[in-house]
Design a protein around this ligand. Structure first.
Ligand code: SF4
Ligand code: SF4
Ligand code: SF4
Length: 303
């Protein structure tokens, strides 16, 4: 894939998808804080990681609370979902070289500790005679989500736009959903969250999955706060190889920020498949097979 620099990628992130998806994409400058106009500078500098993996230094006075940046939906909206959408992800296994930018940007945005991963990158090998490959694995936002069925307090729920989210204000930490998920997509918050102080005082939103509440369960949320703001999920923006496409099933369109495709064409032409479909969970993540790999398989320190 021919890469563009960050600036041009940002510019490329707005597409015309036809009727509605049109405005799905853009890149936030800073993952969890945001420049606030008119606020005086404090002289104190703070380092931040941008969603495309750069460390930048800004004055504390230029920050505002992420809650106001993300516009987390009120409870009712967070339960309902975005109208006329059905979110979908496509992951191109021929491009992944375990750069782990997806994992790290997701961890940062979701207050995860280093050992916690909403996105996992698995080393796969289908048979002894075939080459190994890397497989990024988020939550699949299944249409028949077993995790939703077992939650006794309706903390986990499926929205009209296909997203399966967790309301940690309701979660009692029983872990039924962890047992019920056949893909091990869920993570228990055993310990204090990463960067706890930065998120203190914020209202929890199932659309951001922060602030993390110790003793509850979390998982990949498909970053609906970003979708509301016409942006790609953190993992998709951070990936330097354009492995992760995100889009709308109803509009038959997905993009990785570099390229935009018809979902149906990708599925047909590249023989896309879903992971372990015989479970009957109807995942909303499609994989493009690891054929004609761009990079030879390499073990890494994270293997
Ligand atoms: S992958 Fe697991 S956690 Fe995610 S929706 Fe499906 S069953 Fe639930
Ligand atoms: S751990 Fe929380 S989200 Fe999972 S089933 Fe129990 S109450 Fe529901
Ligand atoms: S979609 Fe969002 S929550 Fe899911 S893996 Fe990507 S960054 Fe993490």
């Amino acid at each position: 894939m021919k890469k563009k620099d960050d600036k041009s990628r940002r510019k490329f992130l707005r597409y015309t998808f036809g009727a509605g998806l049109g405005t799905l994409i853009g890149v936030p400058l800073i993952s969890n804080s945001f420049a606030q106009e008119g606020k005086p500078l404090s002289g104190d500098k703070i380092k931040l990681l941008t969603t495309d993996g750069k460390v930048i230094e800004v004055d504390k006075g230029e920050l505002k609370n992420m809650a106001s940046y993300a516009h987390p939906a009120i409870d009712k909206e967070a339960r309902k979902g975005l109208p006329n959408r059905k979110f979908v992800m496509v992951i191109d296994l021929s491009r992944c070289k375990n750069a782990r930018a997806c994992v790290e940007s997701c961890q940062y945005a979701h207050q995860l500790r280093p050992e916690q991963e909403f996105m996992k990158v698995l080393k796969m090998q289908d048979t002894e005679k075939t080459a190994p490959y890397w497989m990024p694995k988020p939550c699949f936002h299944c249409d028949n989500a077993t995790c939703v069925d077992v939650c006794p307090v309706y903390a986990t729920y499926k929205r009209d736009d296909g997203l399966v989210l967790v309301d940690s204000n309701r979660c009692i930490g029983c872990k039924y959903c962890m047992v019920a998920c056949p893909y091990e997509a869920r993570v228990f918050h055993w310990k204090e969250p990463f960067r706890k102080e930065e998120f203190e005082g914020m209202d929890y939103s199932p659309e951001t999955s922060v602030p993390v509440k110790q003793g509850t369960v979390g998982k990949c949320d498909f970053c609906p706060d970003l979708a509301r703001n016409d942006q790609l999920p953190h993992c998709a923006t951070a990936c330097p190889e354009g492995v992760i496409y995100f889009g709308d099933y109803n509009e038959d369109t997905v993009t990785n920020g570099y390229e935009t495709h018809r979902l149906s064409e990708l599925i047909e032409k590249k023989s896309a498949y879903r992971y372990l479909p015989h479970y009957g969970t109807e995942p909303n993540v499609y994989y493009l097979p690891p054929v004609d790999r761009i990079y030879p398989f390499e073990e890494t320190k994270n293997s």
